[in-house]
Write a protein that binds this ligand. Structure first.
Ligand code: C2E
Ligand code: CA
Ligand code: CA
Length: 399
């Protein structure tokens, strides 16, 4: 039987040998099994010893977890046996660990950075979830308990998809639905996705939530299709964050999931929501291209806000862009918002992509956007997001 890979390797190193130097990539941590090492700091020409470490001590762990380069040099003093813990192994363990543990570790690293002056250090790196006047501690406790509850939510059927109609602004017909996630928390009531999606994205749990949402939408598809007996099939927009679209095999997973419920790929539109900087942009581009090749639409969500900007539009083959509510709600009071919408519409015409405007709350806005050539609209003026049962009960005539 081949030995199991524990990710731990023993290294025997002669005396007076470098283990690593300042500036090296921090790709492993070490535990001293026997022997001793010295830790050296300062400029390369004037290194001075800042510590000696004996059997049982660990070193190199911060660079390992924090993905920073080494900030010190380590050299053996005597023949030394080290147990090497590789980053790939730690990453794998972390990915499989409880999201609460992942979050705690992230918090500790941010705190370490903000107090140590390490690269990326900033006092603001402490939990961003802290509400004004709330202490960091109570914000952390609140976040942790929410995160804990979220892992339960998946198992105990507390998540739901609501559907909000998407309207063709030119003829007033309903052409699709955006699936929006809801969490029915046992004590807090309905929790908004703005509260839990961001949290889920910081841990591995977003992948499971995303899979759940896709599966739910595919399961609901026959009922949504049946609500449009005399029309072209509606499309269903599902939100996925960029880290989810980077996951290896994601497009195959989506395809298999839809096939299971006889939902055509052409009825799916993925909305790429963008809340964090993506490390692997190429993987996102590849997934979008693969989805388009299979016939699905891909929309750039929240266009004009956050990271979702022109660079994305340049590099990724979107089929539509969604103009963020932030512009739509001010289009009659701010000429800047109006001009931004106008430019976005012109840009999409030139790029040959569809446009969807979110957050339409009155007839005047709907008419103005239609006159400006916007294709699709969404907002409380037409309908709020609602459970599928309610949607069916109302029928598609009533918007
Ligand atoms: P979004 O993708 O920009 O979705 C549109 C949001 O605007 C929804 O908020 C919707 O309820 C709200 N909305 C629609 N029409 C109006 C209107 O006329 N006026 C106002 N004031 N609001 C309107 P919601 O459902 O709270 O979702 C918030 C965000 O959470 C979404 O923003 C999306 O980024 C994220 N989200 C929701 N479901 C999922 C999901 O399944 N996966 C992922 N990754 N993100 C999701
Ligand atoms: Ca969206
Ligand atoms: Ca938005």
């Amino acid at each position: 039987m081949p030995p199991t890979n524990t990710g731990l390797n023993r290294e025997v190193i002669p005396a007076h040998t470098l283990v690593f130097s300042t500036g090296d990539a921090g790709d492993a941590a070490y535990v001293i099994e026997s022997g001793s090492v010295e830790v050296l700091a300062g400029p390369p020409t004037a290194l001075r010893r800042v510590a000696t470490l004996e059997a049982g001590a660990m070193f190199g762990e911060v660079a390992l977890l924090d993905r920073q380069s080494r900030t010190a040099t380590v050299r053996t003093l005597a023949p030394t046996t080290l147990v090497r813990i590789d980053r790939a192994h730690v990453d794998e363990l972390l990915a499989r660990s409880d999201p609460v543990i992942q979050y705690l570790l992230r918090l500790l690293l941010e705190r370490y950075r903000s107090t140590s002056g390490a690269p990326g250090a900033s006092a603001a790196a402490l939990p961003s979830e802290a509400a004004p006047g709330e202490s960091v501690h109570s914000a952390a406790v609140r976040t942790l308990s929410l995160l804990h509850d979220l892992t339960q939510a998946l198992e105990s059927d507390q998540l739901a998809l609501y559907y909000q109609p998407l309207i063709n602004l030119q003829d007033g017909r309903r052409v699709g639905y955006e699936a929006l996630m809801r969490w029915r928390h046992p004590t807090l009531g309905l929790v908004s996705p703005d509260e839990f999606i961001g949290l889920a994205e910081k841990t591995g749990i977003i992948a499971r939530i995303g899979q759940w949402g896709l599966r739910r939408a595919a399961q609901d598809w026959p009922r949504l299709r049946a609500a449009h007996p005399d029309d072209a099939p509606p499309f269903v927009s599902v939100n996925l964050s960029a880290p989810e679209l980077c996951t290896p095999g994601i497009v195959e997973q989506i395809h298999a999931c839809l096939q299971q419920f006889d939902m055509p790929m052409s009825a799916l539109r993925i909305e790429l929501t963008e809340t964090t900087v993506v490390n692997n942009l190429q993987a996102v581009i590849d997934s979008i291209a693969a989805l388009r090749a299979l016939g699905s639409g891909v929309a750039l969500d929240d266009f004009g806000t956050g990271y979702a900007g022109l660079e994305y539009l340049q590099n990724m083959p979107f089929s539509s862009i969604k103009i963020d509510r932030a512009f739509v709600e001010h289009m009659h009071t701010s000429s800047r918002s109006y001009f931004i919408i106008q430019s976005a519409l012109e840009l999409s015409r030139k790029l040959g992509v569809n446009t969807v405007a979110e957050g339409i709350e009155d007839a005047r806005t709907a008419e103005a956007l239609a006159a400006m050539g916007c294709h699709i609209g969404q907002g409380y003026h037409f309908a709020r997001p609602m459970p599928l049962d309610e949607l069916e009960a109302r029928g598609i005539q009533e918007r």
